[in-house]
Every structure is written in C-alpha cells, then in structure tokens.
Design a protein around this ligand. Structure first.
Ligand code: ZN
Length: 224
C-alpha cells in the first residue's frame, strides 16, 4: 500500500515516499525476483494458481505527484499497479485531510495511466469511513463511485479500496452487490471475506530496501 511519491516539504501523515526511496524499493522487488502488478492482475494470476513471485502494488488517493515519478520507474521493470481514485474529487485536492493538501489526478491523468497498463480502482466517492454508514450512503460511495469512474474510462472498475481501511460486514456486502470482484483494506477485522477485504502492507519513507525486504519476508512473500 503506497500513497504518494514526490518531493513534499510537509507530510504530517507520512503518505509520501521520496522518488529515491520509491525507486530503491522497486529495485529491491526486481532483485528479489518479484514483479509488481495491479490487483486485477494479481487476482487473475491467483485464479490460475500462478501468483507466486507477484506483488500487488496499490496507490491510494491518486495524488497527482505520483504521475511524475512512478510510471517511468514501474515501466522500467515491467511492473504495473492499481491507482485508487476518489470519484467525487477528480482534479481536486485531498479535502478529507487538514492543509497543506496535494493535488489529485483528474480524468485525463487517470486515462493516461490506464493506457500505460495501470488499473483504475475506486476509493469511494468522497473518502469517508464506510463502517457504520447507512444503506443509502453506502450505495453512493460504493456503487456511485463505480459508475462515475466507468464514465472516465468506459469500463466499470472491478477493484475497490476502503478509505482509512474502514470496513465492516455491510460495506463488504455493498462492495459485492455493486459488482466489484476484489477490495483492499489494511488490517481487516477477522471474519470478513478476504477477497473483498484484503490486508495490505503499508510502506513509508523509513522502509529502506533492507527494512522492506525484512517486512516482505515476515509477511510471507517469497521470491520465485
Ligand atoms: Zn485514502
């Protein structure tokens, strides 16, 4: 689980990786014989029993800065990724966080990434916690964001990402009912469908390659 890549001076939630750190992390994956892929590609490989050596790469929130740094690095290794966009804030800012805020990708930016082989997934309509929402709000965030993003690329997204990792039984069911086939949380509570509430490993600037290697090992990733 990544968020931003770029040069930011103030980053209170430690969401951004410096371009150097990000490049070092991707180089590590390649050296370990791992390949970064989108969630859709990971799931398809799992269904075929061929997911060994694959690592799903996800970028939450769709920060505009990511465009300048991540696509060339990933392309250099033959990697892809999933970007999770907030459908109601395309071209806007991360209004859910206190300032200073960062620009978010607009529809053209997202289409460009999709042309480069990235997957576009939904991160909801307004970036609110889904656990505890009523049925109408859930519908807006989950199904509404899906149809809005379908309007961007012409294809409804198949992957969802819960804002703040906030997920409960009702939100999993809303995601299933809306037609998504995969969804990411962070540390989901036990008992939920893992396909629709997958745990993720968050990476930050402090994850220099050796530290990241240790974390991947502890999380059960094995190279080819
Ligand atoms: Zn987010």
């Amino acid at each position: 689980m990544l968020h931003g890549v770029g040069r930011v001076s103030v980053d209170p939630f430690a969401l951004f990786l410096s371009p150097e750190r990000f490049s070092g992390q991707m180089r590590l994956l390649a050296r370990l014989g791992l390949r970064g892929v989108s969630l859709a590609e990971l799931r398809a490989a799992e269904d075929r029993g061929q997911a060994r050596g694959l690592v799903g790469l996800t970028f939450d929130d769709a920060y505009r800065d990511v465009l300048d740094w991540a696509p060339p690095v990933l392309a250099g290794y033959g990697f892809t990724a999933t970007v999770f966009a907030v459908s109601g804030l395309l071209g806007g800012e991360n209004a859910w966080d206190p300032p200073p805020r960062r620009r978010l990708m607009d529809a053209d930016d997202l289409r460009r990434l999709v042309r480069e082989g990235w997957e576009l997934g939904s991160h909801g309509a307004t970036h609110v916690r889904l656990a505890g929402l009523d049925a109408e709000q859930l519908q807006h965030e989950v199904a509404g964001s899906r149809s809005a993003l379908a309007g961007v690329t012409g294809v409804p997204p198949t992957t969802f990402c819960y804002p703040y990792g906030s997920v409960d039984e009702a939100s999993v069911e809303a995601v299933r009912a809306a037609g998504y086939s995969a969804a990411c949380a962070v540390r989901p509570p036990p008992g939920l469908d893992r396909e629709l509430a997958s745990p993720r490993l968050g990476v930050a600037e402090r994850d220099h390659p050796l530290r990241l290697a240790a974390r991947l090992l502890l999380s059960g990733h094995r190279s080819r």
